[in-house]
Design a protein around this ligand. Structure first.
Ligand code: GLN
Length: 494
């Protein structure tokens, strides 16, 4: 039989439904790839039995002539930020080590209800804070990609969903969940030559996802192509009364609505994204993307998003502020780790637990967050950042009176080397410069692979859409995908 791990979501779903192969055969093939890829450190926990159990259920339903679900027979990786009943959920932090939820996140439950199975819990930056996966307590993920000319220097898979991106790129799973607060689906997708979409804020329930910055956090799919993302997003999205910010709107049939025809569509090219020192390969791939969308029938329009340069500073106030509040709950009483020094009181236990449990990047963000929220500085920082956020949202609103979607590079560079950015957090933060504005505005945005740079590493293009217009984003992504014909994959070394 052909190697089933080369198939994506749609091909597996259709093949299982037709009886070309069984769901159990698919699960076994991916379980084997997962077991053979420990060197990538993409998974914190593997759950081969869960994948097999879901596959058996799918095969039994097929035998009984029952419907299989839109993800029927598809095993996936679950970012370890989603609470999974009975399976350790850590957010890649020591403070949650050993925490086994009694409940299931809404998004993961929806995926199981659609027939998917779980191969394991994927590594990430600790509490989803980072762009390289190097802040995980469980060690960094190593990208399956290598530079074609640069020796064997290990590369970052992007972050924070770097376990997800590495696992999909290395064919350890056909798709994985990601979450995106300021680029964590799109940037790792770009670094590893896969697709990923962050939907409109509120499309996917945040219930049961470990909170980072609640006004920004959104779940979304990471998969090989646009169609697979559409299928999986349909399964993940939907109103949830358990999340007060959940969108009470029907979930469109995004897969059925896919069309790469851009005739009559206008694509905006924001001039502020031509930042100084933009990598020449990234600039060239952006130009190529513009040409592809013209070829697909679109009209290309220069636009201005004047407040772009304030997006990163605003994000790095708002996100830490919300994180400092969200992470106050990890106190040694309710979840995971408890450090109780001899003879200690309650305050000592809080301090000892948090000192031992949080990594340096998480502590940095908590300190920044509490500082910008403190009485003397609240207006100067937090209120100001919220005003900037509104201006950025207005920039997009204005732009979307002229255009249907916006095209930009996903990240200013291709994957960087592990360790290259660790000593300079600000340089790391800069890698999110193109991703963060759409997050602050709550807009749907997607990364699709556009080609390889001169070092043989993938580059991604980002499509940003109007709120609720995931379809427009997916369709522009499809138009690019059809022309990029991206088929490169990492050569197996692990
Ligand atoms: N890299 C960004 C950060 O560190 C975004 C992370 C994310 O989207 N979760 O905050």
């Amino acid at each position: 039989m052909a190697d089933l791990t080369q198939l994506g979501v749609a091909a597996i779903r259709d093949g299982v439904a037709k009886g070309d192969f069984t769901a159990v055969e698919v699960a076994e093939a991916f379980n084997a790839n997962v077991a053979a890829a420990a060197a990538l450190n993409a998974f914190i926990v593997t759950t081969p039995d869960a994948a097999l159990a879901a596959a058996r259920a799918t095969d039994a339903r097929r035998a009984a002539g029952q419907p299989l679900g839109t993800m029927g027979g598809v095993p996936i990786g679950m970012k370890d930020l989603f609470a999974t009943r009975g399976v350790q959920t850590t957010a890649a932090s020591h403070i949650l080590e050993g925490f086994t939820p009694e409940y299931e996140s809404t998004v993961s439950q929806k995926l199981w209800d659609a027939g998917a199975g779980m191969l394991g819990k994927l590594n990430l930056d600790q509490f989803a804070m980072g762009s390289s996966n190097e802040t995980s307590y469980f060690g960094n993920v190593i990208s399956p990609w290598r530079r074609s000319d640069g020796g064997n220097a290990p590369l970052a898979p992007g972050g924070s969903s770097g376990g997800s991106s590495a696992a999909v790129a290395a064919r350890l799973c056909p798709a994985a969940t990601g979450t995106d607060t300021g680029g964590s689906i799109r940037q790792p997708a770009a670094f590893t030559g896969i697709s990923g979409i962050k939907p409109t804020y509120g499309r996917c329930s945040r219930w049961g996802i470990v909170a980072f910055a609640s006004s920004l956090d959104q779940a979304g799919p990471m998969a090989r192509d646009v169609r697979d993302c559409a299928i999986m997003l349909e399964a993940m999205a939907g109103f949830d009364p358990k999340d007060a910010t959940s969108l009470d709107m029907p979930v469109p049939e995004w897969e059925a609505g896919l069309s790469g025809d851009m005739k009559g569509k206008k694509v905006g090219i924001p001039r502020e994204y031509r930042v100084d020192g933009l990598d020449p390969d990234v600039a060239a791939s952006w130009d190529q993307g513009i040409a592809w969308l013209k070829d697909a029938g679109a009209e290309v329009v220069d636009i201005s998003l004047p407040h772009t340069k304030y997006a990163l500073p605003a994000y790095y106030i708002i996100a830490p502020a919300e994180a400092s509040s969200n992470l106050a709950r990890y106190d040694g009483v309710r979840y995971g780790l408890r450090d109780l020094p001899d003879g200690a009181g309650l305050q000592d236990m809080y301090a000892a637990t948090r000192a031992a449990g949080f990594g340096p990047e998480v502590k940095r963000r908590i300190l920044i967050g509490t500082y910008v929220l403190s009485a003397g500085f609240y207006d100067a920082y937090y209120t100001q950042a919220q005003k900037v956020r509104t201006l950025i949202a207005h920039d997009f609103k204005n732009a979307f009176t002229q255009v249907d979607v916006i095209l930009t590079p996903t990240a200013p560079t291709a994957a960087f080397g592990l360790g290259d950015m660790v000593s300079d957090p600000l340089a790391m933060y800069l890698n999110d410069v193109f991703a963060v504005p759409a997050s602050l505005a709550g807009l749907p945005a997607m990364s699709v692979p556009a080609g390889l740079n001169r070092e043989g590493l993938p580059l991604g293009l980002q499509v940003i859409g109007r709120e609720f217009d995931e379809q427009g984003v997916l369709n522009a992504g499809l138009a690019i995908e059809a022309r990029a014909q991206f088929s490169a994959k990492p050569e197996r070394w692990w």
